[in-house]
Design a protein around this ligand. Structure first.
Ligand SMILES: [Zn+2]
Length: 209
């Protein structure tokens, strides 16, 4: 697990950590190590641009991000190359799942907007481990949509830089980036590398203090 520095509650899980959305033993592991709550809410991710506000545990339905102002409720997304983003406000925390489709749909923007609900102010954001511009080879369809973020893979083909695309949508927030590529770092699950259906989980919560 990777803890984003300076956040009240922001953890990016690794493959070995398991899936805390559905496994209570894994939730205990997250809780014991970092003090994460054992009440969790998650979404059925659909590669869209919707961020849902939640105050209860369990599945919140279709969406690609969750926002909560409830102390003691963890919100999580699952990824294996897509970009997990956590946004902290003074009284709100938000977690977002963003692949190229979500990025194009403005899901990170929607996450920032969700952190403003109720007059709160988003302060900082963390961009977790995900496929980097080094490895995210894409075709013309994706290049056309994210044409401001075209990069080059280490083997010389066209890629897009999802980290920079996310950072652009985070505007003037303080941004921490893991800068870890799931495709090349074997600690992480990578759908592109392994075709896996397993996911690592990123979780955010508001601590009492
Ligand atoms: Zn890479």
């Amino acid at each position: 697990m990777i803890e984003a520095p300076g956040f009240r509650g922001a953890i990016f899980g690794e493959a070995a950590d398991g899936d805390p959305r559905t496994n209570p033993a894994v939730r205990s592991h997250f809780s014991g190590r970092f003090g994460a709550p054992d009440r969790w809410s998650w979404v059925n991710q659909v590669h869209g641009g919707t961020v849902l506000a939640v105050d209860e545990p369990g599945s919140a339905g279709d969406g690609d991000g969750l926002a909560t102002s409830s102390v003691g409720l963890a919100v999580g997304v699952a990824t294996a190359d897509c970009v997990p983003v956590i946004i902290e406000g003074t009284r709100t925390t938000v977690v977002v799942h963003a692949g190229w489709r979500g990025m194009a749909a403005g899901v990170v923007d929607a996450g920032v907007a969700a952190a403003r609900v109720g007059g709160d102010t988003p302060i900082r954001a963390a961009i977790g481990p995900s496929i980097g511009p080094c490895c995210y080879e894409v075709g013309t369809e994706v290049l056309a949509v994210l044409d401001s973020y075209v990069a080059t893979t280490t083997w010389g083909t066209s890629s897009v830089d999802l980290w920079s695309a996310a950072e652009a949508q985070l505007g003037g927030l303080q941004v921490w980036r893991a800068d870890l590529c799931t495709f090349t770092d074997s600690r992480f699950l990578s759908h592109r590398r392994d075709g896996t259906t397993e996911r690592q989980v990123s979780v955010a919560w508001l601590s009492a203090s």
